[in-house]
Design a protein around this ligand. Sequence first.
Ligand code: SAH
Length: 243
Amino acid sequence: MKPTTLPPHKDPMGAAIADYYKNGRAGKLRVFSSQFDEDEIPVSQLFRTYDEMPALEQEALQLASGTILDCGAGSGCHALALQDMGKEVQAIDISPLSVEVMQLRGVKQAYCVNLFDENYLQKFDTILMLMNGSGIIGKLENMRAFFSKMKQHLNPGGCIYMDSSDLRYLFEDEDGSFLMDLAADYYGEIDYRMQYKQVKGDVFDWLYVDFQTLAYYATENGFKAELVKEGEHYDYLACLKLV
Ligand code: SAH
């Protein structure tokens, strides 16, 4: 599939972010998946301040240095926190509505661009992918394309900080045994669809990846994965460096 940006009528998260920015509140951002029951993303969480961020995200912001790319930046919460720290950051997102909000909120460099666009070639010292940032990879089969794109974007010595979760707890029985069909797709490959008011998005793939699996694919593709910090519930922050 060609990497593109989202038309506003297919961008429920962008519509929710724009609504919240304009009115200080928003309706329900609904999340559907063939694998789970219907869920909801509290829109205010997309506007979290540094103090409201989980420790893993705060750690990534502290560690980020040099020129920084905030990839899939949403409302720009991380980009704004980095600017407040005096750091140089560029924010990209496929949602034009979110990018407009980022610009209005004062993110100095905010662009509507798909990470996988072959014409997007800028280099950075740090690349941030936060709030289950591995999601943008979509499926394990895209790992190779992802790492080869990252090679183009990283300056020598640079690194990617990415957070993710191991979804294995969803498949564990009460006695701790593991109910997983080994012939099935990887258990972290999730399909989602979102809706905000009348705006319905298309189905998209979103990858949750456990650290061991991430480290395996990193090694296969000329990177080294380090576990920086573990969260409270099967979540973690990883640093991916070129070998
Ligand atoms: N990082 C933000 C938003 C997370 S939601 C936060 O922590 O609050 C994920 C974001 O990634 C969405 O805004 C979505 O539009 C964007 N996104 C998804 N695929 C992308 C891609 N291929 N390139 C750039 N941005 C992408």
